[in-house]
Ligand binder design. Structure first.
Ligand SMILES: *[C@@H]1O[C@H](CO)[C@@H](O)[C@H](O)[C@H]1NC(C)=O
Ligand SMILES: *[C@@H]1O[C@H](CO)[C@@H](O)[C@H](O)[C@H]1NC(C)=O
Ligand SMILES: *[C@@H]1O[C@H](CO)[C@@H](O)[C@H](O)[C@H]1NC(C)=O
Length: 444
């Protein structure tokens, strides 16, 4: 065979191989399961902020593709944020020593296996959102996934498990529902934190005033109607395979003082003071920024911010000023669950084209969080959740190699028809997968 044809033959063979590989990957069916958290008892003004260990979670060596959640009542009906404000839910991985009966004070028998960073304390969850959970996409596009359950990563003698922390505030019958959601200490009549330590005099609101068992101030004559709620969560996953590119989870916090102190001593929350100039300047925006560096380089696969009521938008910028992701809040307008007026019910997310949004080694990133300062806000947050594929894989590489070869027309004919066949088979199998998607088994 002349060299050109020999090369084309080889390429056709390898294209076929890639095609078959893709089909193999396609066969890796998307699985889905719906679970209920343990019962969350509520009464008007009550706060539940509990850890639930060993929650139900898919088993085996898998890649998580999405994690969605919402608060429901005993009938399984969605509960409005106007009744129960979901401050946050987070889920965290841990290793539990086998054959040791569980209790919270197990010390070395429980090892938290958190995300990739960056805060030294807290924000080590894999998944987590707040009131915006109903309308925030969490899908991770192919070929990526969050790898969990890899037996090689679990220390000998331990088992991988998952826990929830769920913070739900019942605002039915309260004098100031928004104040309750912002954990204003006066409304909770709280002067000590949950460990009995006195609060600083300038601490007027935040997570240290609305811990488990506290009570937000009710209007006179409110009857205590108790009820049980649940966090209903839906996990989608595929079995682990070599075709999946693992992503690492980072949560960046706008209160991270690293640029000044060299340590990631994140505060998690902060306050917004009421503007004194806004009326004159017609600008009620408070902007907070923080700079940090990831320990890895890689491609941004997904990004979303987290803010509380008053949030006007967040952005993550690269060192050259490019916008890596801008994530805007979606406010509700009505009364129904998922569209509650005045509440953040969702958030825009970022899905850069695979391989196009690269963070360089040692690149300084800026997190920006904007809030309205028309009113004062306490205990607000400015977090950025990002998924990074730490890989040198270059999506454009095959094309570049082809160009360098300067091959004859015949060669391209083989390549193009090979790609066309591969693409059509891919599309057909994608469609089939989508159809099947609606029928995957759902169990509670
Ligand atoms: C607030 O707490 C104090 C003690 O910490 C208590 O004496 C007082 O009765 C409480 N007020 C209300 C309205 O519950
Ligand atoms: C935040 O506010 C500043 C000042 O108004 C503005 O320049 C910036 O674009 C805003 N960022 C986002 C993410 O909305
Ligand atoms: C990330 O990728 C770089 C190469 O780009 C490699 O040197 C490094 O070890 C990787 N880090 C992790 C944590 O996998």
């Amino acid at each position: 065979m002349p060299p050109g044809k020999g090369l084309a033959f080889l390429l056709a063979i390898s294209l076929l191989a890639i095609c078959v590989q893709n089909l193999e990957a396609q066969k890796n069916e998307l699985k889905s399961m719906v679970y209920l958290s343990p019962k969350i008892p509520q009464h008007p003004g009550s706060v539940s902020k509990k850890y639930y260990y060993d929650i139900e979670f898919p088993k085996g060596h898998i890649a998580i593709k999405s994690f969605n959640a919402e608060v429901v009542d005993e009938a399984g009906d969605p509960v409005s944020l106007q009744e129960t404000y979901l401050h946050h839910w987070i889920t965290l991985r841990y290793y539990h020593r086998k054959d040791v009966e569980f209790n919270v004070n197990l010390g070395p028998d429980i090892i938290i296996a958190g995300n990739a960073g960056l805060c030294d304390h807290g924000l080590s969850q894999f998944f987590g959102l707040g009131s915006e959970t109903r309308k925030t996409s969490t899908n991770i596009p192919d070929p990526y996934g969050i790898e969990v359950g890899n037996p090689l990563e679990v220390p000998a003698g331990y088992e991988e498990k998952w826990l929830f922390n769920i913070h739900a505030i019942d605002t039915r019958g309260t004098v100031d529902a928004m104040g309750c959601t912002e954990c204003r200490c006066d409304l909770y009549n709280v002067t000590e934190d949950e460990y009995g330590q006195p609060l600083k005099p300038d601490y007027v609101g935040g997570i240290h005033c609305c811990y488990d068992g506290t009570q937000c101030k009710l209007k006179n004559g409110i009857k205590s109607i108790e009820r049980n709620l649940y966090l209903r969560y839906t996990v989608k996953w595929v079995d682990w395979s070599d075709f999946i590119v693992p992503v690492q989870i980072f949560i960046l916090d706008v209160t991270d003082p690293w640029q000044y102190t060299g340590i990631h001593d994140c505060l998690i929350e902060y306050d917004i003071e009421k503007s004194t100039t806004g009326v004159d300047t017609h600008d009620f925006t408070s902007t907070k920024r923080s700079i940090m560096i990831l320990p890895i380089e890689g491609d941004v696969v997904y990004a979303v911010a987290h803010q509380h009521i008053g949030g006007k938008g967040s952005a993550l910028y690269g060192e050259d000023g490019r916008i890596i992701c801008s994530s805007a809040p979606i406010y509700g307008h009505g009364m129904s669950a998922g569209d509650e007026a005045g509440y953040i019910v969702g958030r825009s997310t970022c899905y850069p084209e695979p391989g196009t949004m690269r963070i360089a080694k040692g690149e300084a990133l800026t997190v920006e969080s904007n809030y309205s300062n028309e009113k004062r806000h306490t205990g607000v947050m400015g977090h950025f959740y990002i998924l990074i594929a730490n890989t040198s894989f270059n999506f454009n590489e095959p094309v570049q190699i082809h160009e360098e070869l300067k091959t004859p027309f015949f060669f391209w004919g083989v390549v193009v028809s090979g790609l066309a066949i591969c693409a059509s088979v891919f599309v057909v199998s994608q469609r089939r997968n989508q159809n099947e998607d609606g029928y995957v088994s759902i169990a509670t």
